[in-house]
Design a protein around this ligand. Structure first.
Ligand code: ADP
Ligand code: MG
Length: 345
């Protein structure tokens, strides 16, 4: 009979790489985490530069609080964060990612460097990271207040993943979607996105507003047909507001920008139900544009429980979806009447 193989412990670096590859599936996931960090740091200007769909280069510059020089040594280690101290904070936290995993994960599967300056320091500091560890000591360099994170050669040590992501154009498209959505959700922050050496593909001004940013990014065809809606219910512990297109507009695919507690997420239940509401008003196979910001009592929702969980569920989901739909229905009915009236006049 054959004898069993000996069980061996996997090398720590391999374990970390596997875990990191699960959190960061493609360049757009990494970028989402990095954007959330900039927003957490109270940035008002976020500039993103990309090479080869983010696989060669993903660089993000902000004008936020910066990272203290004495934090440079641990900033990329796993479970290091300035946003969470004890387990209970998990439920009350208002910031975005908060488990201290994003930078660590990225440093295990890419070449990561940070340049950062706080308002207290006279110059910026620059450092490189490998597998969560600071290489050498941070070097003083010239730089503006804020942080530049540079991610190069993403998945350089994950050959299979690298091969699976063969289309730079497709990765860029995903990156562009993430930037577009965050720009619309954060109109007071100026966002820009470009391919290295080229002109900006996306640029929103500072102190803009939602409709204006929809116009800049998705075009006037959508922006001019938007109706605003909001609904809240204290008992169910939620508040929703946003902009949706009226019945004059339709698209082959539904465009949904859904934020729950300011984190970009998917929720198939909500998506399907919204589509059904519109099905009564739009021609067959036609779909709306929907931007919705949903705030739910953090005790009732687990959006942040795991970084890979883009799809979320929450307490009272059925009733909350129901309440949102009926608010939408009312709005659409109103816009439909005005259209009928308008065309008859
Ligand atoms: P988390 O966001 O969950 O805390 P990250 O790995 O994303 O974990 O970031 C670790 C820490 O690095 C953050 O808590 C924050 O203190 C700091 N940090 C990361 N990005 C920035 C940034 N752009 N500006 C200022 N601080 C940052
Ligand atoms: Mg983070």
């Amino acid at each position: 009979m054959e004898l069993p193989q000996n069980i061996k412990r996997l090398d720590e670096a391999v374990v970390n790489r596997i875990a990191a590859g699960e959190i960061i599936q493609r360049p757009a996931n990494a970028l989402k985490e990095l954007i959330e960090n900039c927003l957490d740091a109270k940035s008002t200007n976020i500039q993103i530069t990309v090479k080869n769909g983010g696989l060669k280069l993903l660089q993000i510059q902000d004008n936020g609080t910066g990272i203290r020089k004495d934090n440079f040594d641990i900033v990329c280690e796993r479970f290091t964060t300035s946003k969470l101290e004890k387990f209970e904070d998990l439920s009350s936290i208002a910031t975005y990612g908060f488990r201290g995993e994003a930078l660590a994960s990225i440093s295990h599967i890419a070449h990561l460097s940070i340049v950062s300056k706080t308002s207290n320091e006279l110059c910026a500091y620059s450092a490189n990271y490998v597998d969560g560890k600071l290489q050498g000591t941070p070097k003083p360099v010239a730089g503006n207040q804020g942080t530049i994170i540079t991610v190069e050669d993403l998945f350089y040590n994950m050959v299979v993943r690298k091969k699976a992501l063969k289309s730079a154009a497709e990765e860029y498209q995903k990156i562009s979607e993430v930037v577009s959505k965050y720009a619309i959700h954060n109109p007071s922050v100026s966002f820009s996105l470009k391919k290295s050496g080229e002109n900006n593909d996306i640029r929103t001004p500072p102190n803009s507003n939602t409709v204006e940013n929809v116009r800049i990014i998705y075009g006037n065809q959508i922006a001019r047909e938007l109706i605003e809606f909001s609904v809240e219910n204290e008992n169910l512990g939620f508040k929703a507001n946003g902009f949706v297109t009226n019945v004059n507009y339709s698209n082959k695919k539904m465009i949904l920008l859904l934020f729950i507690n300011h984190r970009l997420v998917d929720c198939q239940t909500l998506k399907k139900c919204i589509d059904q509401v519109y099905a009564t008003y739009l021609p067959k196979n036609c779909h709306p544009f929907v931007y919705m910001s949903l705030e739910i009592n953090p005790l009732y929702v687990d959006v942040n429980v795991h970084p890979t969980k883009h799809e979320v569920h929450f307490l009272n989901e059925e009733q909350i979806v129901e309440a949102i739909l009926s608010a939408l229905e009312t709005k659409l009915l109103g816009s439909n009447n005005s259209r009928v009236f308008y065309t008859q006049a």
